[in-house]
Design a protein around this ligand. Structure first.
Ligand code: HEC
Ligand code: HEC
Length: 371
């Protein structure tokens, strides 16, 4: 077993739930509050090992879970471990991801019983597994990958156990971790640019700030993909039904558009906000108190135009139509202050590709002049 990265104690990387009405004077109080929350967060960022599917005793090492074949680093799933993908991946400092699901024998996912919701029902005992890694050189797959962490959400009767296993330097195994660690990453992107960064593994106490006891990608708008699946060129959803993992085809409805798709900047922007902001900014979510909603259903028809907002990054409107440079949401996505930067606690480096598309969307809006 190789070296495992030590937790960074009480770093500034996880600004957990600051209060929302932040006047200038209030910021001192909020800063103190954040430190207090961070101090307690440090104590509860404990490893939360999971048990192998079907068993009840948690294990500390990924190799003991039996979900990947040896050699582990190839991420070849064991039988019954099913790969899946989402339309719009959560931006995580340019890391690549691989996702799997494991259903308990004889159980299936099912479309929501609530016709207004496209979130699927998940049976108790289901595992979702998401591994974060970087290519060593995106131009040359032969140079291999650097595995960072493998996250789990395990469906339990009362919600989800959220856990992460951090990979060792030798890349032979991963160990259950409390998270809140910085892992140095050196890699070369597809354009040949060299990156020398640190990836922040979130603390286990922070997972539910976004997840709030839900699997976030397991919904029709994210899983309705076309591609090569068992059964041929088909949709991912039909393939899940054919494999006996999904009880029925959900009603067709909204699907999200990837940032690099040929959909309009508006479609791509609203999809991005849905996938990257709406787990907190919606009627249910840790930023629900701001009443600023970013789910697709709440970003159409100029809903965010001229909307007044706390000025934390220099502007007082979420969107000023025609003026990306005056729109607070874009400023918050690029803020240097980690307590102001959005998504809160989620990123270290701004998502340049997204900011470009979002700016295009705002620039194309007819300038109205906010009252
Ligand atoms: C900044 C918000 C955020 C934080 C913090 C976060 N997640 Fe997620 N997670 C998401 C979103 C959004 C998705 C769905 C999109 C995707 O898969 O890229 C997701 C997907 C997942 C999945 C795949 C199943 C699903 O929900 O769709 C797992 C497993 C997971 N996260 C585990 C974790 C664990 C464990 C932690 C804490 C160590 C964590 N996540 C922290 C936002 C977050
Ligand atoms: C992990 C949860 C979380 C995520 C994800 C998140 N936010 Fe926030 N956001 C908050 C919280 C909490 C507040 C209130 C405190 C503050 O203003 O910093 C907030 C406040 C804001 C505000 C100011 C609201 C006001 O009324 O003053 C804006 C604008 C904003 N977020 C934009 C975004 C955008 C854009 C994204 C996605 C790129 C995003 N947020 C993702 C938690 C989140």
């Amino acid at each position: 077993m190789g070296a495992v990265h030590e937790p960074i104690l009480c770093s500034e990387t996880e600004p957990a739930r600051p209060s929302r009405r932040q006047t200038f004077l209030g910021r001192v109080f909020v800063a103190l509050l954040i430190w207090a929350v961070l101090l307690s967060a440090c104590q509860i960022d404990v490893p939360r090992p999971v048990a192998p599917p079907g068993a009840s005793t948690p294990v500390d090492r990924l190799s003991q879970l039996g979900i990947f074949q040896q050699p582990l680093a190839a991420l070849v799933p064991a039988p019954g471990v099913v790969p899946y993908d989402v339309r719009v991946s959560l931006y995580a400092d340019l890391a690549a991801k691989q996702r799997f699901m494991i259903l308990p024998p004889g159980q299936k996912l099912s479309p929501s019983a609530d016709p207004a919701s496209d979130r699927w029902e998940v049976p108790v005992g289901t595992y979702f597994v998401k591994t974060f890694y970087y290519p060593n050189d995106a131009r040359d797959p032969g140079k291999g990958i650097h595995l960072i962490e493998t996250r789990f959400l395990v469906r339990q009767a009362d919600g989800y156990l959220a856990s992460t296993y951090v990979w060792n330097d030798e890349q032979t195994d991963a160990v259950a971790s409390g998270g809140n660690v910085l892992v140095p990453v050196r890699w070369i992107d597809a354009r040949g640019a060299a990156h020398d960064d640190e990836f922040h593994v979130p603390g286990t106490s922070y997972c539910h700030d976004c997840h709030d006891q839900r699997a976030l990608g397991i919904r029709t708008r994210q899983l309705d993909l076309q591609g090569s699946y068992p059964g041929g060129e088909t949709s991912q959803i039909s393939s899940l039904v054919a494999q006996g993992l999904l009880a029925a085809e959900p009603p067709t409805g909204l699907t999200l558009a990837d940032l690099t798709s040929d959909a309009s900047p508006e479609e791509r922007s609203r999809s991005y906000l849905d996938a990257n902001c709406a787990h907190c900014h919606a009627q249910r979510g840790s930023a629900s108190g701001t009443h600023l909603y970013f789910d697709y259903e709440h970003t159409g028809d100029g809903a965010l135009a001229c909307r007044k907002v706390n000025s934390f990054a220099g502007h007082d409107r979420v969107i000023v139509p025609g003026h990306p440079e005056q729109s607070e949401f874009l400023a918050r996505m690029q803020a240097a202050d980690p307590f102001a930067r959005m998504p809160l606690g989620g990123v270290r480096t701004p998502d340049r590709a997204a900011i470009q598309v979002l700016s295009q969307w705002v620039a194309q809006m007819t300038p109205a002049g906010c009252p």
